[in-house]
Design a protein around this ligand. Structure first.
Ligand SMILES: [Zn+2]
Length: 383
């Protein structure tokens, strides 16, 4: 036995190492990269993501968001989705030893074992399938593993959080239509996870009642801590817990900190002209805001919440529905402000250090990092 002990310890170490998966379920770099043309295989000075900093931050699985704004619709939105997937595939072709596309938990774990970033595809916004079931099939075939039923804009078959609240009077239907329910059922068949981030409450409850598989919120926080329509109320969180789903917590300052907008809105108003001129360069609101924030770092940095407040959202979900239902969906490259210290994917360890500081064990943190995602992915894809 004495002789076997070192060997046994060696095997255990290898196995635990192989199992350590850290996934972020939401990053918007692909749509930005189409505009900026940056090679995210190399270290970049701008933006939150590249393969070099991902490695530094211990990230070994990333769901890349495929997204376009609501100005795209019939005849154009699906085309944007395919362009972004082409761009991801081009990145993978350029750096085959560092990144690979995966479609299920087994492939993900294999990629992590090979020391590659496991790249996955999540499509953000039902408008990108242009009301067509064959486009849903096509995106699933290319690797889509979640579809966010709506972005801020509603589709003809699902209503968004924005429209169910701000545009209540002009919205033609509420929740999922019969066709919307067919889409959810077909997603279940295809192994495409139902993502409820961005959807309205009516759509949320219709989707959870229709789906036969656990659902996810790929990038949302807690409404009770920051009452924003994009965040989830306690009853919604409880419903996700009951469904076996997972909430992946968003890092965006406005979703983390209820006081952020009251500081940020006057700043944006004050710098409206510069923001407008930046918009004419990028034709993208988020990119314009990111650049503006960088120019005025001395003003915008003090507005950022502390990491401890982000961790409160994680802890709140754990206390309400349990450790098995929370993960990380940073929304990096999708917004202009994150908690102070979280500047890029290199900084994730600070979040886990903060969790450790408030008493989270390694096995708890491993669930948050990747264990919960692997479970919900397997429950949807079958492997
Ligand atoms: Zn989003």
């Amino acid at each position: 036995m004495k002789k076997l002990l070192p060997l046994l310890l060696f095997i255990i170490t290898i196995q635990t190492k192989a199992q350590q998966v850290f996934v972020d379920t939401h990053n918007d770099i692909l749509s930005n990269e189409l505009i900026t043309g940056y090679d995210i295989g190399k270290l970049q000075q701008e933006g939150n993501f590249d393969l070099v900093r991902a490695k530094q931050g211990g990230l070994n699985a990333q769901v890349f968001s495929i997204w376009c704004g609501e100005q795209y619709g019939t005849g154009t939105a699906f085309g944007m989705a395919t362009r972004e997937i082409d761009s991801l595939n081009a990145l993978i072709k350029r750096y085959p030893s560092r990144i690979t596309l995966v479609r299920n938990s087994e492939e993900l774990k294999k990629a992590v074992k090979q020391n590659k970033l496991a790249a996955m595809i999540g499509v953000e916004g039902g408008h990108m399938i242009e009301d067509r079931m064959d486009y849903l099939d096509s995106l699933a075939k290319r690797g889509m593993r979640y579809l966010t039923l709506t972005w801020n804009n509603s589709t003809t078959w699902a209503t968004s959080a924005r429209d169910e609240t701000r545009n209540k009077d002009t919205t033609k239907h509420m929740g999922l239509t019969e066709y919307g329910k067919q889409i959810v059922r077909h997603m279940n068949e295809l192994g495409v996870m139902v993502d409820v981030s961005h959807v309205g409450e009516r759509t949320f409850y219709d989707a959870i009642a229709t789906s036969t598989k656990p659902i996810i919120a790929s990038h949302s926080c807690v409404y009770n801590l920051a009452p924003n329509r994009r965040n989830l109320k306690d009853d919604q969180l409880k419903a996700i817990g009951k469904n076996g789903g997972v909430v992946f917590v968003n890092f965006y300052s406005a979703f983390v900190d209820s006081t952020f907008d009251s500081k940020d809105n006057p700043f944006l108003r004050q710098h409206r002209k510069e923001r407008d001129s930046l918009f004419t360069i990028y034709h993208d609101e988020t990119l314009a805001n990111i650049r503006l924030n960088n120019i005025y770092k001395d003003i915008t940095d003090p507005m950022r919440p502390p990491i401890s407040l982000l961790v409160k959202h994680i802890d709140y979900i754990v206390k309400l529905i349990g450790i098995d239902h929370v993960g990380i969906g940073s929304d990096f490259d999708g917004s202009e402000s994150y908690p102070l210290g979280l500047d890029s994917v290199a900084d994730y360890p600070k979040v886990f250090d903060a969790l450790r500081d408030i008493g989270y064990s390694k096995s708890d943190i491993d669930k948050i990092k990747g264990g919960n995602f692997l479970r919900v992915l397997k429950a949807n894809t079958g492997k």
